[in-house]
Design a protein around this ligand. Structure first.
Ligand code: PMP
Length: 433
């Protein structure tokens, strides 16, 4: 029975017996007991519109996905050392969405595992272990992933960049080191500086890893042309290019199925996570035949759960649902509508300094007139939206970006409701700066 314990009991038990560095959303945490489409329901039957959860890609507890998992679970679940149609079916669904160069897949259980495997591939392929990554990037919770995640090692409890990690400044055209419409080359030069640093240490470049829209960095869209230039420089130095699509992949950015396709580049390795299982733990690494061949150096890659028939049935149904329900098109249409509405709001409320993103992966940055970040106000808006039954999240190095990345079944009506309450809260609090 989900409502046996009061929230206070649950919180007190957690404090004592669950990991001490786990965090809870909201000053007054919520207990969610059901999900349906773009909604979550708490134990009091209160319905919340979810603008946060890009894991519940095709909608919370999507009927087709739940059924696919239930049916396969009742038949057989085992590891990938036995033949099974499901793993091949899933591979085919994914390969259909990827450029022909990326034609080999490994299945794993989380975004962290995907990036962890990607870095192992880099080491096997290049023989190098030096990685170039963005400031405020996040790539996962394992040792290696933390080591390349400036969001963590440059933040609270962190100890700065490890010896083999090379961080270039967040390519933020709004408030970053280089600004404006033409900063792609300047940021590509910053990547080049890191390549030179590695060479000065008499070592070679392993990889350049980045998200196509930097999520933890505050929904930072890469300056136009930057990725192609950065890939070119990394490759000239012998490095591989990894696109971390854990947050933005599977149609969310609207115009394209994968984020890297917004930038007309083809990575050597693509990591896929969150949306693939719609909440079930499955993730994947796509790579070239060349990378896959070099990784297969004689050591077996075994993953107990990766690519099991249940996970594959679920992920296949997620991808088929995206296609069947035209959710990529929906992301584009609703995303464009939301962005236009938010830009209107920003004209009315100067506290909204920037509105950015693609498809249903948007960010709203709150600043004062000198572009100083307004973290307290951002936190206030997210908490106040909760009072109106709308879930939003905040992020960015200065905690001043509201993020919008809802399940892809988000409708125009949902978008209008979101705008209505944002406008109400801004009008109540931030008429003037
Ligand atoms: N890469 C990115 C960009 C992420 O946002 C995350 C998770 N927030 C990960 C990797 C790690 O994924 P997971 O939590 O599934 O291990």
């Amino acid at each position: 029975n989900n409502s046996e314990n009061s929230n206070e009991d649950l919180i007190n038990y957690r404090k004592q017996h669950l990991g001490k560095s786990l965090s809870l959303q909201y000053k007054v945490p919520i207990k969610m007991v059901r999900g349906a489409g773009q909604y979550l329901v708490d134990q009091f039957g209160r319905k919340y519109l979810d603008t946060v959860n890009n894991v519940a890609h095709v909608g919370h507890e999507n009927h087709h996905v739940v059924k696919a998992g239930q049916e396969q679970m009742a038949l057989i679940n085992t590891n990938s050392r036995y033949l099974h149609d499901n793993i091949n079916d899933l591979a085919k669904e994914l390969i259909e969405t990827l450029p022909p160069e990326l034609s080999v897949l490994h299945f794993v259980n989380s975004g962290s595992e995907a990036n962890e495997l990607a870095i192992r591939m880099v080491k096997a392929y290049t023989g190098e272990r030096d990685i170039i990554a963005s400031e405020v990037g996040y790539h996962g919770n394992t040792n290696m992933c933390i080591n390349i995640s400036s969001y963590k090692f440059d933040g609270k409890g962190g100890h700065g960049a490890p010896e083999h990690t090379h961080i270039f400044p967040l390519p933020d055209a709004f408030r970053g080191k280089h600004r404006g419409d033409n900063c792609a080359e300047e940021y590509a030069q910053e990547v080049k500086k890191q390549i030179d640093n590695i060479h000065k240490k008499q070592r070679g470049v392993g990889a350049f890893i980045i998200e196509p829209i930097i999520s933890c960095g505050g929904q930072i869209e890469l300056p136009e042309g930057f990725l192609a230039k950065a890939y070119q420089r990394a490759r000239e130095a012998g490095g591989l290019c990894i696109s971390d699509e854990v947050q933005v992949g599977c149609g969310r950015v609207g115009k394209t199925f994968w984020g890297f396709q917004l930038h007309n580049v083809i990575p050597d390795i693509v990591t896929i996570g969150k949306p693939l299982g719609n909440g079930h733990p499955i993730a994947a690494v796509a790579c070239t035949q060349d990378v896959a061949n070099k990784f297969a150096n004689g050591m077996e890659y075994f993953n107990t759960f990766g690519g099991n028939p249940v996970s594959c049935a679920i992920a296949t149904e997620v991808l088929r649902t995206v296609k069947r329900e035209k959710l990529q098109d929906n992301a584009l249409e609703i995303g464009e509508f939301l962005k236009a509405e938010l830009r209107q709001l920003s004209k009315q409320f100067p506290i909204i300094g920037d509105v950015r993103g693609q498809g249903l992966f948007l960010g709203i940055e709150l600043v004062d007139l000198e572009l100083n970040p307004l973290a307290a106000q951002t936190d206030y808006v997210a908490n106040r939206m909760k009072d109106h039954g709308i879930l939003m999240s905040t992020d960015g190095p200065d905690y001043n970006v509201l993020k919008i990345k809802p399940p892809m079944v988000f409708t125009k009506e949902n978008a209008k409701e979101l705008i209505y309450y944002l406008k109400k809260i801004f009008a109540e609090n931030f008429m003037q700066l």
